[in-house]
Design a protein around this ligand. Sequence first.
Ligand code: SF4
Ligand code: SF4
Ligand code: SF4
Length: 196
Amino acid sequence: MTEPAKEIKVEDIKTAAEGKGCPVSRALYFVTEFLAGPMCGRCFPCAMGTYEARIRLQNLVGGKGTEDDLAALRRISSDMVEASFCKKGKDTGKFILDWMETGVYQEHVAGRCPDKTCAALIEYRIIPGRCINCGDCKDVCKDFAIQGEKKKPMKSGYLPFEIRQKRCTRCGNCISVCPVGAIVLVDALAAEPVGV
Ligand code: SF4
Ligand code: SF4
Ligand code: SF4
């Protein structure tokens, strides 16, 4: 006899969400898992609210968030707390409101992820003045996002190491192997790091 499927609890999704990056990413993870699992669709504020919340959160994580998204998220969450039929919907609205209190949502509208976890809002960059042209970063990059060539004895010209942002998947492998700390993680909006 097959065992009945174990019910996914809202509290368990919330616990898992705490390890999923910044508060906006956590909320997006939470509503996505809630939609896929415990959300039954029996009442409008929770069913429609969670769908719309996911779209608004995707905008913020993707670097396209606006003040309209923030206002919509506040409205949706408050309606869920007030009018959802059961505790699952009320808790979901409360969790989103709690995460919004951090101020990090506003930062995303301004194009910054303070925790540096939203790929659309960050960039890895090489500081030319620190780079010793060892090539370790290029060797470790599985996405072929780093160009440049190692310095060769008796050869004066060489291609400096640089990250091609369009290819970079923000995996972070390069930063951990650089022996001289020449790779930095910055806001995508930030000006070029100064060479030192
Ligand atoms: S609040 Fe409860 S009853 Fe309403 S859709 Fe959400 S899970 Fe279902
Ligand atoms: S963050 Fe990852 S994908 Fe981007 S350049 Fe570094 S190793 Fe390559
Ligand atoms: S690992 Fe660091 S020092 Fe070596 S090439 Fe890359 S950025 Fe330059």
